[in-house]
Design a protein around this ligand. Sequence first.
Ligand SMILES: *[C@@H]1O[C@H](CO)[C@@H](O)[C@H](O)[C@H]1NC(C)=O
Ligand SMILES: *[C@@H]1O[C@H](CO)[C@@H](O)[C@H](O)[C@H]1NC(C)=O
Ligand SMILES: *[C@@H]1O[C@H](CO)[C@@H](O)[C@H](O)[C@H]1NC(C)=O
Ligand SMILES: *[C@@H]1O[C@H](CO)[C@@H](O)[C@H](O)[C@H]1NC(C)=O
Ligand SMILES: *[C@@H]1O[C@H](CO)[C@@H](O)[C@H](O)[C@H]1NC(C)=O
Length: 460
Amino acid sequence: MKLCVIIPLCALITLTQQAPTQDQCLCDLTNSEKAFPHDKLSTVEDNASKCNSNITPKKTLELESLMLGLERRLPQMEKDLSVLEREDDGELYGVLSLLVIENELTEIKQLMDKLNMTSRRHQHLTTDTTEQLEDLRVKMAELQEYDTLQVVKRQQANQRLKRDLDQCKNEHHPTPHPTQPPQGICPHGKFVNITGPGVYTAGEYPGSYKYGAWGRDPKPAVGKENWYWLVMLTSSNRYSNYVRLYSSLSSLIVGVSVPGNVQIHSSNPTTNTVQGPNVVLYGDALYYNCYNKYDVCRFNLSTKTVTTMQLPKGTRFNSKGNFCHLDECYLYTDLDLATDESGVWVIYTTSQDFGNLVLSKVEEGEQPKLNQTWHTSVYKQAVTNTFMACGVLYATRYVNKEVEEIFYSFDTSTGVEKFDIGIFIRKMSPNIYSLNYSPVDQMLHAYCDSFMVSYEVLFE
Ligand SMILES: *[C@@H]1O[C@H](CO)[C@@H](O)[C@H](O)[C@H]1NC(C)=O
Ligand SMILES: *[C@@H]1O[C@H](CO)[C@@H](O)[C@H](O)[C@H]1NC(C)=O
Ligand SMILES: *[C@@H]1O[C@H](CO)[C@@H](O)[C@H](O)[C@H]1NC(C)=O
Ligand SMILES: *[C@@H]1O[C@H](CO)[C@@H](O)[C@H](O)[C@H]1NC(C)=O
Ligand SMILES: *[C@@H]1O[C@H](CO)[C@@H](O)[C@H](O)[C@H]1NC(C)=O
């Protein structure tokens, strides 16, 4: 009996002695899952980003702007035609109008052709993109099979829950109304947005003059109701000595200046000629920063005489109080003239205001005078331009090459300032050198790197 116990014990001892001495452990893992195809994921990623870069906002804008251009020009054409019918007395003016209309027809035809081409290109792009997206969707679905831990599915479920939660929250606390732009004395209601560009034209001198301004006289002389004006800084991108006039929007677009130029002085620059781009025409007179002075000049187009009005002492001038963005200041933009429903305004800055925007109402009359003045708390160098609409000052800032933001407002009727306007202007070129509101047709006119562009202001 005793022997029986001893034998297995001995066996146990021998076994222990025979065990390997190194601490090594080998194991075989059999994985039933497929390896994750990282390379496939990265091609899908590449393809998706290619697809993304194919569709740029610029491409959509191109089409939209062509459409808007056409939309604005067809009614203008109709009007011109009816003018022609009325004028059809065999006189010279009728012939000229006919020429304008002929030119315009050609332009409209070109615009239609361009539209046709662009929309066909877009159709291709859309078809291609749809195919690519479908392809990507299939590939992603395949890849999702590898998601054995169900990470993606859970994420999706979480997103759904979060959405439901947000919705639930919103039902209990209705979203606060978006901040409303202030309301001045305005016959149209509140300024809520802008659309466009509507008109987008290189005009009569494509690419020749980078700086300038254009627009429509809000208080035109009799017979000049449809006229448009253009002032280009023809000397050193700083100075000008004439106003160029067009009898209609279409003549401005096709570049037929029938009334031609009205000259302020034969020299450029000289005393009381134009310095800087932010000029306006009002009541058949051009208001602008006089050459080498901190004065507002008023050039009467019928008498061809200049009257001046001095701004307060300390007003920055000769490019010392410019509009700017991070990369650039716009030279000789010390004084910005503006028009709205109530007349002419001047926006500037002074040493005593530490470079903040100052706004004054300009009173017409035999001798133009400053009336009320408002001091704002927005720094002029953080602003790229300003305009007035319904007694409210609006200021813009540069966001990027494609976008400018109307970010600031100052209501002269209440003194309320806002820094959160958040209305975006889609630019056709990077720099807006002048911007002005036309109370006649509620359009914003911009002059940008030699292009004339307009936007429609939307009121509530
Ligand atoms: C990526 O795009 C190329 C060319 O369009 C295509 O041949 C390829 O199958 C795509 N790959 C994936 C993973 O979607
Ligand atoms: C657009 O272009 C196509 C191809 O050139 C042409 O067949 C078609 O008639 C054009 N459409 C218009 C409205 O011009
Ligand atoms: C303003 O108009 C733009 C384009 O027309 C639009 O995308 C945007 O949502 C509008 N903004 C508001 C506040 O209505
Ligand atoms: C321009 O001069 C004419 C003639 O003197 C005058 O009737 C008109 O009021 C003047 N315009 C302005 C804006 O001063
Ligand atoms: C200044 O503006 C007020 C308010 O619009 C007006 O009543 C007054 O006549 C103006 N003063 C001058 C000098 O024009």
